[in-house]
Every structure is written in C-alpha cells, then in structure tokens.
Design a protein around this ligand. Structure first.
Ligand code: ASP
Length: 334
C-alpha cells in the first residue's frame, strides 16, 4: 500500500516537473511573439534632456511608437560621459522593453575607461544606426578672437583661463575637445556637464567659453547668430552651414563625425530585435525625420544601415579606430 502511494507521488512529481519544463520552454517564443504586448518601450538616453542625443531619440521614438503601437518613453539616465545609461541597459531585462539610444561614445568609452563595466560588442544586441551628425566648435559671442586662426593664438596665450565645456569623459564633446587640444598643442580648462543641453545654457550665459557640439543641438543658435561658430570639426564645410569654415581651412587636422545608434540588452530574443529594427528602418526612412535632420546639419542613415549587422560592423570599426588614438593621448576616465 505504502509503496503504491510513493509510486503515485513520484509519477505526479515527474509530471509536474515535465509540465513546468514545457511551459518554461514555451515562455520565450511566446513573449517574443507578443511583443510589445501593449507595454511601453523605454529608450534610455545617456545624456541630459534637451540635448542632441535626446532630440534624435525623441524624434525616432515618436516614429517607432507608431510602428510598434505602444509609446516609446525617454529615460535620461545621464552622467559619466554616457556610460551610466549604457551600463543600465546592459543590465536591464532583455525583453525589448528597455533599449539604448547612444552615440559614438559607445565606441570611444572602450579606450577611455579601463573599468567600463560592460562590453559594447558583447553585452548588447545591435538594433541599428540612426543618423550621422557633424560637430562645430562654438564660443560665447563675447570671446575676442574673430576666427579660428585668431582663436589658435588666443588659446595658446590664455590657456589657463579659457574654458571648454563637455558632456563628461566618454562624450562626443569630450572626444572633440581632446582632438582640438591636441591640434592646438594646448591644454584648456575643461568643464564637464551631464549633457550638452546644460553646457549650452552656460555657454550662452558666458559661464564657459567654448563648446564643441553636434549641430543638432546648436543649429538654432548658429542661425540666430547668438553664438560664435569657429569651425566645423571636419575637413569639409557642413552643407547646412556653408558659412562656417572647416577646421582644415584653419590648418587644424581635426575630424570627428558623430553617429547615433540603438541597442537592446544581450539576450533580447531575435524576433524582438528584428521587430525593433524593422520599426527603426521605417523611422529613418520617414521624410519628415530626414528633412528635420538635414535642416539641423545631420543625415539620417538609409534603412540598410538601420540594421543589426551594419551597426555591429560600424561599432567594431569605430572601436578599432578610436581606441589606439585615445590610448596614445594617455587620457583615462578611471
Ligand atoms: N552632445 C553630447 C556629447 O557631447 C551628448 C548629449 O548631450 O547628447 O556627447
């Protein structure tokens, strides 16, 4: 009798285990099929609200929300040059409801941080690229030098009192500032912010002298003539701002182009990554988005670049390009 009860219990336990295992196996594909299942997607922007990364993220988030049928909410997890927000997404639940919208800092952080706490290539699923954005060096209007050539000698003579804002070590403005100082062979006083939105407020107010920023943040001030643009930080002039000379015209060998891209935490099911990427591809092809970017001096990528394979290749190439340059400069954030 006793033996019979034990046998029945064992059989029941085995059946329960089998059922649980079957349900667990079914759970992942079911979640991927349901995505987004009526739940909002949170896009982490690793810089302050109102800045250039935030602006691109809000535009693209709005378009993607139409494709996905749920809101795309923006979470500005700013600080440490974008690495705090990136780490947050690397550790987030890989269910497609948390994504990252970042920029070139995803590649440059590898050289700048010895203890980054995440691996950009291994700890994320790539969703796709979004836009390329040029950078401009600007000053408060009261800064005396009239042009870039005059700024070069002014910077050498006033290095100790000349301040240059950035969005923290690992940010695009920090990278641009490094290249500028190396070209000038002069060390300026750098002032970190949580993004270039607050840096721009201080630049306008005259609390800081110089800022190197994406055109997507400063186009309005350039057009209104409320800031002094010195140079496009690339060999050629920017189509939307033909009046601004290039750094090369002023004899500065500086070239930096910012690119924005989207990531999901490692382990996000492929079907969800594909869904996010399809929504991104349609967003970058939106004519309104493309012309808004063009007006701001930027370029939305073609749909072929808003894909995982393209981003993986680009991110890998950018890490390979920038790590030795940064290491040679001997600058570390930690
Ligand atoms: N432009 C910033 C940077 O320098 C980032 C931002 O505020 O979006 O990286």
């Amino acid at each position: 009798m006793k033996l019979r009860i034990n046998t029945r219990r064992t059989a029941l336990a085995a059946l329960t285990t089998l059922l649980a295992a079957t349900l667990a196996c079914m759970a992942v594909p079911a979640a991927a099929e349901d995505f987004p299942g009526g739940r909002a997607v949170t896009a982490v922007v690793p810089f302050a609200a109102g800045g250039p990364t935030d602006k691109v993220a809000r535009e693209i988030g709005l378009l993607m929300s139409k494709q996905l049928g749920v809101p795309v909410l923006i979470d500005n997890s700013a600080g440490a040059g974008g690495t705090i927000g990136a780490r947050k997404v690397a550790l987030a639940k890989p269910d497609g409801h948390t994504i990252l919208i970042h920029h070139i800092g995803m590649a440059t952080a590898v050289g700048l941080y010895r203890n980054l706490g995440f691996d950009p290539l291994k700890d994320f699923e790539m969703v796709g690229e979004i836009a390329d954005v040029p950078m401009v060096l600007l000053a408060n209007k009261s800064l005396p030098p009239a042009d870039m050539k005059a700024l070069v000698s002014y910077a050498k003579a006033n290095a100790a009192s000349l301040s240059l804002a950035n969005a923290g070590i690992g940010s695009a403005s920090h990278l641009c500032g490094l290249l500028l100082q190396s070209a000038l062979q002069t060390e300026l006083t750098t002032i970190p912010y949580k993004g270039t939105a607050p840096a721009l407020v201080d630049l306008m107010g005259g609390q800081v002298n110089l800022l190197c920023d994406q055109t997507t943040n400063v186009a309005g001030q350039i057009k209104a003539g409320s800031l002094k643009p010195y140079a496009a930080m690339q060999p050629q002039r920017i189509d939307a701002f033909k009046d601004i000379p290039s750094a090369a015209e002023s004899g500065l060998p500086v070239e930096v182009k910012i690119w924005h891209a989207m990531y999901a935490p490692k382990g996000t099911p492929q079907a969800i990554v594909d869904r996010l990427s399809a929504a991104l591809q349609s967003a970058v092809e939106d004519q309104g988005f493309r012309s808004k970017m063009a007006d701001l001096g930027a370029q939305a990528v073609p749909a072929a670049r808003a894909r995982p394979e393209s981003l993986r290749t680009h991110l890998g190439n950018e890490i390979t390009k920038w790590t030795p340059i940064i290491r040679k400069a001997g600058v570390y954030a930690d």
